[in-house]
Design a protein around this ligand. Structure first.
Ligand code: PHB
Length: 393
């Protein structure tokens, strides 16, 4: 065949194939698109960045192809606003035609997008939003993070067993804060403790000083605190300025207040703070050591926190499920996500098939300065394989 004839034949063939399957559809079939809705600007920007980095690290370590499909992340900024989260979720589903949704730092953002997941039947990996009830907002939600009652009960049990009898609680005034306040009070009182006061502070721009002064005047043995990621540094500064430690008031919290990536910058005021949570950068497993080391290498020495680990595990959940379905998405993928068990950098985790929620170890930790001169949450006790107490009832 002459060159010209060959070219003509090739063009005809290409045209015939391309008229049957448009190039875009062809590309779409070979790709699984994951739309991550994250706070990349605004007060919670550091959290969005941790999630993106955790997800990308998983892909860097495990490749970007699974079950013959190329995994593509599409990141959209929700700016921390529920309306914007809903808008970008719609955009991701309708225009970008994503197969999976994920992300969500703040509970109200996950709630605002639940209907989009349900109506479009898009499996959605909740990577933070930790209010217990979030999981019930859509049958397409699967949670790779934690729930507030789950992580709160650890410190609520540790305190009365360690001589702490009177406690004031101080939480952010929205879903996860109310969940953790309730869980703390129930478990602490059931173990013989007394609550002297319960304070709720606004989520946006909180000024802790007047509340801390109130606590100081009452001189309880301790104050239990929940604040969402990103607010801990400001709180710890005001805790030090108000002299609560000098007044004999200990600080107890969930790990959200002493998150790993900002802990080291808090300084000595954080020493000895006891918290309970599901992840510490100091978790002594080989898998975690590699996770922390690779994360630091990839991102200018920054430490991963519990957001990064939830995104990392969320990607593993997706990869495992795609392998199980041979690359199929939709309802089959959702089914394959349910019931998964695997080793995470935080320890063993299980996505319960009937609740779609995470079951995991909750560790009791104390802030210590380790040999490298840095502050860490050092785990010293564990509650094994804890289900969300909100759902266990
Ligand atoms: C939430 O809004 O559910 C949330 C956000 C940040 C946290 C914990 C819970 O650290």
């Amino acid at each position: 065949m002459k060159r010209k004839q060959l070219l003509a034949a090739l063009c005809a063939g290409v045209f015939a194939v391309s008229s049957m399957v448009p190039w875009t559809a062809q590309a779409k079939e070979d790709t699984v698109k994951v739309g991550l809705i994250l706070s990349m600007t605004g007060a919670f920007a550091s959290t969005g960045i941790q999630i993106e980095q955790g997800a990308r690290l998983f892909m860097k370590q495990h490749g970007d192809t699974v079950a013959g499909k190329k995994i593509e992340l599409v990141i959209k900024d929700d700016t921390g606003a529920p309306d914007q989260a809903r808008r970008v979720a719609q955009e991701l589903v309708v225009q970008d035609q994503v197969d999976v949704l994920g992300g969500f730092v703040l509970t109200p953002l996950a709630l605002a997008t639940a209907q989009v997941s349900t109506r479009s039947k898009t499996p959605t990996i909740v990577m933070v939003a930790a209010t217990s009830s979030v999981i019930n907002a859509s049958p397409y939600f699967v949670r790779s993070s934690f729930t507030m009652p789950q992580v709160t009960i650890g410190v609520a049990e540790w305190a009365p067993a360690n001589g702490i009898k009177n406690v004031a609680t101080l939480v952010s005034d929205y879903g996860p804060g109310i969940d953790s306040e309730k869980a703390f009070i129930e478990r602490f009182e059931a173990n013989g403790g007394t609550i002297v006061e319960s304070i709720r502070v606004p989520l946006q721009n909180p000024d802790f000083a007047p509340f801390l002064q109130r606590v100081r005047n009452q001189k309880p043995d301790a104050v239990f605190v929940f604040l969402p990621a990103g607010v801990g540094t400001q709180f710890m500064k005001q805790f030090a300025d108000r002299g609560l430690a000098e007044a004999g008031v200990r600080l107890l919290a969930t790990g959200d207040v002493v998150e790993d990536d900002i802990l080291n910058g808090m300084g000595d005021v954080a020493l000895d703070v006891v918290t309970s949570h599901h992840y510490s950068a100091a978790h002594p497993s080989e898998l975690n050591k590699k996770f922390v080391q690779d994360f630091k290498e990839a991102y200018n020495g920054r430490r991963p926190n519990y957001m990064a680990v939830a995104a990392y595990d969320g990607m593993k959940l997706l990869y495992n499920a795609l392998e199980a379905t041979g690359g199929k998405t939709g309802d089959e993928l959702l089914e394959a996500m349910k019931g998964q068990k695997f080793e995470s950098p935080r320890g063993p985790i299980h996505i319960e098939a009937d609740t779609r929620d995470i079951v995991q170890n909750v560790y009791i930790r104390r802030v210590e300065r380790l040999d490298d001169g840095e502050l860490y949450n050092v785990e010293f006790d564990v509650l094994e394989q804890v289900r969300d107490p909100g759902q266990s009832k």
